[in-house]
Design a protein around this ligand. Structure first.
Ligand code: ZN
Length: 593
């Protein structure tokens, strides 16, 4: 049932899709970087405000000039990693990017030194547009190494962490799983079999989980080797860069501080009971004494048939956004109209979903595996929220001011999911429909705020174990995973034994320079639930506030952005506001019992 409109059109990213032309453009990208190096290497220390402004503007123009070609190669590979041309172009783009990284590594280092010596530049009115950008560089300065060392790190990562990451991704996208569905044996790629986790058939869900995790567990030696290398490499780098804790690099990258994240995680620990209360209500709705792990995010058994064809999903999502704001709704529709979304399910396609901003085109591209379930419509609404962020940000900001940390990156996306919830709830005709919608939003909330918190504890656990001199083999990692998981779920869920391998499939753990990718999801979930509460209280006058917040990109810190809409994120009571919104949904659900 493949339809053309479900397959994205990447040709808009490049002048020509001819392989030779793409390669030429990649060569030009490296050539231009070398030119910038020739002009500026060793000279940044002598720049005044005007000279610095010219350099920053040149960097932004460079980003916009070559963003499309790199994106073209990478997205093509994400869409089909078995395609030879895609493989070769992705590799060419990767090699070109490494060369560019090496050629331009001096900029951050020299810029850091310049700013450390002439701190007045940070407040110079000529650089007003880049103020927060240079503030962030200044924060990184104490952790920067020499240019040679930085180049060596890029080189070691290329065949080190990056290779582990690729191995993990390639394993998942090239494996197939044999499973019996309605009496027939089927062979499914990973992206397809995980769709069965949400099947209304409980036995099928159980078997799908079993088959996937049993297979993942068989290769525990691969996963343990990979995750151990990634974690140990990180701890080494922390020592070299003088990061006081394994989380520091992530805090700097996300433009937040330890105190904020500590109070966030404290709020979660304090409220695990609320999540467990929801899981017990869900068990009742499913007619069970207790949920098993394959029920946690499953649809309710009496949920009405709510499958969505591609066109229906488009309609719901576009109208959900339009109800909030006409302009935003128009952009969402444009994403479909210009075929910027790849929804087809195919072997060789990257699993999961993502949105990739295309700043030069003032737009974005989305990849997802669309299985026509309500969850897929939510994924679409989610990723389109990222796209909206890109539409607003690329119109208001230069690329340097659109390097959005993960805490804020999820604002548009989760808000979009809540808009979809509101629309679907308002159209719900029966108690069962209402229950299905609320369970879906609470499942998402539970996963992002609570299940992901388990991953934060898990990751911290791995660093602690390594620092204690213990060896991270597969069983040790699995034990850490189970301990962290149980801290969140208590005794509210029964787990299949093989679920101890759940950590193996999470791509984030294997991505270079992406340690502690997790707490921003928790942050974002509570942040947006709090924003949504504000929208319900203030109505229309809230709309321009949210648009301003998204359009600000990374030109302000999350703390400043929150303050703009009237929140103090260093105050624990702020996080409780997000919890309150979740509690309201749980109460609504309980009332339907
Ligand atoms: Zn997202």
């Amino acid at each position: 049932m493949t339809k053309k409109e479900m397959i994205w059109d990447l040709s808009q990213l490049v002048e020509s899709t001819a392989t030779a032309s793409v390669r030429k453009k990649l060569e030009a990208m490296v050539g231009e970087a070398e030119k910038i190096r020739k002009t500026y290497h060793g000279k940044i220390g002598g720049l005044n405000a005007k000279g610095l402004l010219e350099l920053l503007e040149l960097e932004d123009a460079y980003t916009l000039g070559f963003e499309g070609v790199v994106k073209y190669c990478r997205l093509m590979y994400s869409a089909d990693s078995t395609d030879d041309t895609a493989k070769q172009l992705n590799d060419a783009a990767r090699r070109a990017s490494v060369k560019v990284g090496q050629a331009l590594a001096f900029i951050d280092i020299e810029l850091g030194k310049l700013l450390a010596e002439k701190q007045s530049l940070v407040t110079d009115s000529m650089l007003a547009e880049y103020k927060h950008y240079v503030e962030r560089i200044l924060r990184r300065v104490p952790h920067m190494l020499s240019e040679t060392e930085e180049q060596l790190i890029i080189m070691k990562d290329k065949n080190g962490i990056n290779a582990w990451q690729m191995l993990q991704g390639d394993w998942l996208s090239t494996r197939t799983f044999d499973i019996e569905i309605e009496g027939k044996m089927k062979t499914l790629p990973y992206g397809k079999i995980i769709g069965l986790y949400q099947s209304p058939n409980r036995d099928l869900r159980k078997r799908a989980n079993h088959i996937v995790y049993e297979n993942l567990g068989k290769d525990e030696i691969v996963w343990a080797s990979a995750i151990r290398a990634v974690c140990e490499d990180h701890l080494q780098m922390c020592k070299m860069r003088k990061h006081p804790a394994p989380m520091t690099q992530s805090l700097i990258a996300n433009d937040v501080d330890q105190q904020t994240i500590d109070s966030l995680m404290k709020t979660i620990k304090k409220n695990v009971g609320l999540y467990q209360r929801y899981l017990r209500i869900k068990a009742k709705l499913m007619g069970l004494d207790k949920l098993a792990n394959y029920d946690v995010v499953a649809p309710l058994p009496n949920a009405p048939e709510m499958d969505y064809a591609w066109e229906e999903a488009r309609k719901e999502v576009v109208e959900a956004y339009t109800g909030f704001d006409e302009e935003i709704g128009g952009w969402v529709d444009e994403m479909f109209e210009r075929r910027h979304i790849d929804g087809e399910v195919r072997k060789g396609k990257r699993s999961g979903a993502f949105c990739s901003s295309w700043l030069a085109g003032k737009s974005a591209y989305i990849l997802q595996s669309f299985n026509e379930r309500m969850g897929d419509v939510y994924t679409q609404a989610h990723e389109l929220g990222h796209a909206v962020h890109a539409y607003l940000g690329s119109r208001a900001q230069k690329p340097s001011n659109y390097e959005i940390g993960s805490c804020i990156a999820e604002t548009g996306s989760i808000f979009g999911e809540l808009l979809l919830t509101e629309r679907l709830l308002s159209k719900a005709k029966t108690k069962e429909e209402k229950q299905a919608i609320l369970a879906n939003v609470l499942d998402e909330f539970g996963m992002a705020a609570f299940q992901v918190s388990a991953r934060v504890f898990f990751e911290q656990g791995m660093y602690d174990i390594i620092e204690q001199g213990e060896f991270l083999d597969g069983e040790t990692v699995a034990k850490l995973w189970v301990t962290a998981r149980d801290e969140i779920y208590g005794d509210s869920v029964d787990w299949l034994d093989i679920m101890k391998w759940e950590w193996t499939m999470k791509p984030h753990y294997y991505i270079a320079n992406y340690r502690f990718y997790n707490y921003p999801y928790v942050y974002a979930q509570l942040f947006v639930f709090a924003l949504y509460r504000l929208y319900k209280e203030e109505g229309r006058s809230f709309v321009p506030k949210l648009k301003r917040l998204l359009a600000a990109g990374s030109s302000k810190s999350p703390r400043e952005l929150a303050a703009e809409v009237g929140f103090d994120i260093t105050d624990e009571r702020f996080w409780e506001k997000g919890i309150k919104q979740a509690e309201e949904f749980i109460d609504m659900l309980e009332q339907t019992l």
